[in-house]
Structure formats: structure tokens, C-alpha cells
Design a protein around this ligand. Sequence first.
Ligand SMILES: Cc1ncc(COP(=O)(O)O)c(C=O)c1O
Length: 386
Amino acid sequence: MQQRQIPFGKPQLGDEEKAAVAQVLSGPMLVHGEQTAGFEAAFAERAGCAHAVALASCTAALHLSLRARDIGPGDAVVVPAMTHVATAHSAEYCGAQPVFVDVDPASGNMDPERVARAADQAGNVRAIMPVHYMGLPCDMDAIGTVAARHDAMIVEDCALAIDATYDGRKAGTLGDTGCFSFYPVKHMTSIEGGMLTTNDDTIAARIRKLRAFGYDRSLGERAEPGVYDIDALGLNFRMNEVEAAVGLAQMAKLDRFQEARAGNFAALSEALADVEELTIFSPSQGKAQSSHYCLNVVLPQDGSIARRDVVAQLKEAGVGSSVHYPVALPLSRYYREKYGYKPGDFPVAEWLATQTISLPVGPHLADDDPAYIAEALKSAIVKVCG
Ligand SMILES: Cc1ncc(COP(=O)(O)O)c(C=O)c1O
């Protein structure tokens, strides 16, 4: 096969985004404008929720979700041990303590039984943050039961889960808030950016206030220009109009992007189905349907095949890859030193951290790229195994 160069992810930006940005740049409103309002309306409609609030990032959405319910010192927040650092950091920003639980070896999602045990043990749990790992929704029925027992809010980390569904409902509408990311290699991009979804009017109003310093009046509500009071410790977490314009233009293409992802995922997983050395999580489990962010393959737990060697071979074949995520979060230096976690505390998360490889399935792939990627991976394993 001829050598190719296939990046892990590649933003799909075209004339539509360029025209939308040019229009914003030639107008007077660079923040607080109609692009942001339009993006929020389109996103809420697609997610099937009452409110969508555009923010600077998914991290901002996670952080403000907890702040909206005044979660802080003395409170505990349950998070999975296998996630991006933003999930746990959002609890830390509030002065709350993240309580980590290991994940399910069949999905990489937080294990509901461990969530229940951790919540019962901690006693002061105010929030549970299910992370839909690689876009596959968590077991939200079981997590909902635990949350209700502890009167805890549910903050869904949907950074990789746009359009994923659980029991026919969209991710982001399954808890109190949903937090989405538009970082460049996500399902769609707004350069940087995030969106918070909710059906709760009070939370939505509070997030709008907290994203803009805690002003008591938005720009449009000020009878006297420039005059306002401040009644909350808000931040500057707004999305600007250039980002919103890009996001809105991307939404018009999202159906096409999602179709391509699903097709590439199916072709790649079928081509790898007979590779005994690999664990591949099914994109459809129980009531959960994945958004096909990427295809994670996991090498054996015993370390008999070293990921570093396989990735080096893939790179040589021109196949880009990534790792989600490179460390079981409680064992990262910050959390290990602060809370004293040690190797062996989170065996499944530790296995994924050392042995998973994320393969591309994005809309940037050519029709026969999935077959090429599968062949490259198979021959990499053969070479590494000698
Ligand atoms: C699960 C998860 N949560 C949160 C984030 C942070 O998103 P952002 O960069 O938009 O803040 C990421 C980033 O990749 C992620 O993977």
C-alpha cells in the first residue's frame, strides 16, 4: 500500500466559516452579539433542551455548573479516574474535593457501583460528573439513582459526546447540566469554545450571570449605558462573536460530519474485529449510543505489547493517533501529591492510560483510509510482537 499521512484530527473549515468570520470582523459587535445568540439557539434546538449558553470552553462550562449550585469547600464531587483533567480541576477550582472512581472495563465509563460506594462513603457529595468516554453515554439510570439518594446535581461532561443518545435522549439533557467542547479536533469547532445545556431556568440565568463578571444587568438590560451593579463573583468566560460565527457555520455541516464519523468507525472496527490482541469498546451498549468521537483500541493489560512501539510503527505508516487519556487522573502528579493516591488504586483507568490508542474516524478521512489504518495497525502489532 502507498504511504499516506492521516492526522488524528483535522478541523473541516471552508468558505462558509471564512465568510461568517469576515462578516463579524467588518461589523461593530465582537462580543454580546447575534452570532452567539444564534449559535445558542441552534445548539439548544439540536440537543432538545430549553437553554444553551455559549462559553469560552468546556472547562468553563464544567466549572460554572458547580458554581451555579454554590458547590465549594467541604463538598465532594464524584468524577471518573479516566478523564481529561478539566473534569476534576473544575471541582478543585471551587475548593471542593474530587472523589475519583475507577471505570468499567467494558466501556471506560464511570462504574455506577463504585459511584454509589464512593458517594455513600464520602457523605458530603453535592455533584456527580459522568464523563461520556469517547462519546458513549454512561449508565445514566444507575447514576441518576445515586444522585437522587444524595440530592447531588449531575454535570454531564459531553466534551466528546455531541449527538450521543441514551434511551433516545441526547447527551447533555440527561442531568442538570451538559458541558460541550468545540476545541479544534472535536466533532465540530469554534476554535476554542464550549456550550452549557440545561433545562433548568435558574441554572441558565445563573450561568449567564457568572460568565460575565456577575453583572446584575446584561448589555441589553442597561437603561443607562455602562451602568450596572455586581451581585455575584462571576468570571469572564464568554464566547466571542468570531468563535460563535465559526460554531454556527459548523453546525450547518454537523449532520455530514456525524455521518462520516459513524461510517468510518464502523468500517475501522469491522476491519479490526479479528485482531485478538485488541479490546475495542462497543459504540452501542444498553441504552447508550456513541457519538463516535474516535476509535479506541486497547492493548493487553499485561503490557506484552508496548503502546509506544505500536504508535511508532503507526507514525511510520503515516497514521496519526492520540491517547485518551495519558494518566489515570488521581495518579497525575497534582492529585497524587495532594490526596495521596497510589498505583494500583484504579486498575482499569491505569490500564487504559498505558495501553489505549485513539485512532482517527473524523470526516477528514478518505473512503479507503479506515482500511489503510486497520492494515497499518495489524502490521504494527505483527512487527512489535516479532
Ligand atoms: C472529557 C473532556 N472534558 C473536558 C475537556 C476540556 O475541553 P475544553 O478544551 O473545551 O475546555 C476535554 C478536552 O479534550 C475532554 O476530553
